[in-house]
Design a protein around this ligand. Structure first.
Ligand SMILES: C[S@@+](CC[C@H](N)C(=O)[O-])C[C@H]1O[C@@H](n2cnc3c(N)ncnc32)[C@H](O)[C@@H]1O
Length: 214
């Protein structure tokens, strides 16, 4: 993979001082999973943990994985104060397992999770295809796969320009799911307003795939 997006890059970014992300859960995760009953969840590329914490606060037992030790430390610390009071914070923290893995060499256990969520987990196409296949395999029968990322049309974000090979479309992810095993419930390019690093409102396009394992 590109040297500029390796573990050292992400550790430096997460260790630079300010939070990298907003601290709020990804809006697409919230919208697409709100109606699901709590169960076991895998959050892939959890970063500073906002999604994992939101899920745990809703009763999910979450495995949250990332290769950045710095991000995982920040996320775990944040989870311990995430509730309205110490009791709720302890309950949230207890429901999350933070795991350090490099997704180019690790795959989650097959058939395990009621929800597998990958939010903006961008890798070059070769390892990304292998990872998304492993994520699909990790979903238990009746469970949900949610993959969200910058659509291939979104070249610019956060001040740098990743190679187009890092991006994907919802259509290509949906096409990789065997219809005998999956019901694709959502597969679309979805525009979204967001703020850039300077606070200016920008228009982004997310690739959103939600599928249920039969
Ligand atoms: C764009 S961030 C998304 C973070 C979080 N999901 C969110 O939406 O706020 C991508 C995350 O993937 C992690 N990551 C990138 N490549 C990885 C790899 N090969 N193995 C494990 N984690 C990786 C980074 O450390 C980073 O936290």
């Amino acid at each position: 993979m590109s040297d500029s997006f390796d573990q050292a890059y992400w550790d430096d970014r997460y260790g630079a001082g300010d939070d990298v992300w907003s601290g709020a859960p990804n809006p697409v995760l919230v919208g697409e999973t709100l109606a699901l009953p709590a169960g076991s969840a895998l959050d892939i590329g959890c970063g500073e943990g906002a999604d994992a914490i939101w899920l745990a606060a809703r009763g999910w037992n979450v495995t949250a994985a990332d290769f950045s030790a710095v991000a995982l430390e920040h996320a775990a610390a944040r989870s311990r104060t995430a509730g309205a009071d110490p009791t709720e914070s302890a309950a949230i923290a207890e429901r999350i397992r933070w795991e350090q893995h490099d997704f180019t060499v690790w795959a989650p256990p097959a058939g395990t999770f009621d929800l597998v969520s990958a939010q903006f987990m961008h890798l070059p196409s070769g390892p990304r295809t292998a990872l998304f296949r492993a994520l699909a395999a990790a979903v238990a029968a009746g469970g949900t796969l949610l993959i969200v990322g910058h659509d291939v049309s979104a070249w610019q974000h956060q001040g740098h320009t990743p190679p187009a090979d890092m991006f994907f479309t919802a259509a290509e992810v949906a096409a990789s799911l065997d219809p005998a095993l999956w019901q694709v419930e959502v597969a679309e390019s979805r525009p979204r307003a967001a703020k850039d690093a300077d606070g200016a409102v920008v228009s982004l396009t997310d690739a959103v795939v939600r599928a249920r394992r039969r």
